[in-house]
Design a protein around this ligand. Sequence first.
Ligand code: FAD
Length: 452
Amino acid sequence: MSEFDHDLFVIGAGSAGVRAARTAAALGARVAVAEERYMGGTCVNVGCVPKKLLSYAAHYRHDFEDSAGYGWRLAGEPGFDWPALIANKDREISRLNGIYEKLLNDSGVTLFRDRARLEGGHDVLVGGQRVTARHILIATGGWPFIPDIPGADKAITSNEFFHMERVPESIVIAGGGYIGVELSGILALLGSRVTLVQRRDHLLPGFDQDLSAEIETAVGRYASVRLEDEITEIVESTPGDLRIQLMQGDVLQAEQVLFAAGRRPNTADLGLDQAGVWTTEGGAIIVDEHFQTSAASIHAVGDVIDRKALTPVALAEGEALVRELFGQGGRVPDYPLVPAAVFSQPPMATAGLTEQQARKQHGQIQVYRTRFTHMRHTLSGRDEKVFMKLVVDADTDRVLGIHMLGPDAPEIIQGFAVALQAGATKAQFDATIGIHPTAAEEFVTMRTPDRD
Ligand code: FAD
């Protein structure tokens, strides 16, 4: 008999927690999971999945408009039914919730549908019951940050966005990171008048600066973008009529305000102090290269450690950890090479280093860029450009970064991310034959650097 109830107790059945629990159970560990809210976590319920479904919905506006150049005639104005979309989205998410629960049950994992709290290095309090485990894994994810300003309670976050009763006639979105940019595109194409307020002097901080500039132009086509400004107060005159005070002095009026002002690690009332788990000033749980916290028996992975808050990273971290604990050692993500996408309209995607990072880390680099009209828009007439960029190490010829804004960018960059992971050189890109006619072939036909 073991001295503990379980070999592993996972707090949070999100991307990281479910993957870790299933993998550990498959390796023979006795595993329990606690989930207080929804199976599958943020990604499935209020993140990647509903966001992508709504992004598809939004894109139909452009598809309807673009079809005219291809000879299609619509019998009237296409109508849009938000409640129907949300009901269909909710049905799909319920299906996914069920799949996640079944995956855990079928793996023999004990599931507690309750909040869990640490009571020590090996003890967890869950639903009024004390449970012990040899290892505890914190996979509690993140939570939207709401700035402490007067009237902040009148605003919503991405959590509520997915359950809105209707598309607001007008909305002010605070935050120019990827969530703010994505939700701006969705709402604008579904009929809202959108103002995007960003504190910094550019959108999408952390991305390649050329890409940020391109996205600003793209977003500017359907939303009003206000840089270097922020909301300082929200006053509700009558329900659905908000007055939004901006730092630079302007007052906006809108039906809705949405904060997309970043996310914070979800560690409130988790008992971290009691268990001796340390956090950074920003609240992220501090872990070493083995995802071990300051308490030896407690580990943490996913958004709660705030390395790269993306689902595939959370999955990889969860799997790497439990393989190390119960198997033969796992593969920790190669963080600088993690590809990412922004499902804006059009979307963008990126893998490897930005030009700015590459200059700092590698010194001499070559930059290849191209900007052109997508073949689709030669007949649609849409005023939209594709932008592509390669960043190459001048000494080794290795491709360090690849960036794109344009239709299908996330699908295209996923393939090129393999090439970057394999250490491909620009010469190997050049030796690759293109698929014609595609936009992606430009990545293997750019011959002249335009900056070094
Ligand atoms: P989560 O998925 O957040 O799971 C944590 C779980 O722990 C939750 O279910 C929570 O209820 C539970 N929990 C918390 N505390 C307790 C407790 N004390 N007891 C019991 N249970 C608890 N990533 C991408 O890769 N691609 C995208 O396109 C993308 N789009 C996104 C769009 C939006 C709007 C948002 C908000 C996020 C998006 N993300 C995307 C990020 C992605 O959702 C996260 O990186 C991912 O969900 C992190 O997984 P996790 O397991 O660390 O945490």
